[in-house]
Write a protein that binds this ligand. Sequence first.
Ligand SMILES: [Zn+2]
Length: 193
Amino acid sequence: MITGHLGVAGAAHASRRDSSLPWLLAAAMAPDFIDALFVVARQCNPHGLYSHTVPAAALLAVVFGAVAYYFTGRRATGLLSALLVLTHLPLDFITGRKLFWPGAEMMGLRLYDHPIGDFVVEAALVLLGWWLMRRRQWAPRWATGRAALVWLLVFQIAVEAVGTARGGAKPSACGEPGVGALRRSGPEGPAAA
Ligand SMILES: [Zn+2]
């Protein structure tokens, strides 16, 4: 799931006046940021082992929640941030197929295989979050304008197009030569994805 995470963060912001939207948006995407860091560092993160499994997300939720609380001084931002990191996993379960526990089977409903269905689900979450924020006077203007909604939906269409063309929108360093150390340690390689 991509933009759907942001929709859920918007809904969370609409629920609490004293929450910080930028922190909530970042928290909702945090496991994917970790994925991106692994790609930038050219390290293999097999099937999201260090970002999308329950222990990894639990650790990330605690760290992210604490950092968000430290920088904003608002308990609501800290708690909602931690909650959004955890919510990332069930949402990704709907759209993809991932490792949710180290050493367990890969799981997921693979909605990505049906780009139109995936777009409908993600667009519905984006629309819901945007609409809920629009009804709150504390939500920032940049997030509640029509442009924000249009940009997110266009971005999601681009994600579906790239994902369909390449068999997955997310880059991974696991297939690169020289970063196969983790791959060799297990009987199954990430190539199975
Ligand atoms: Zn994810």
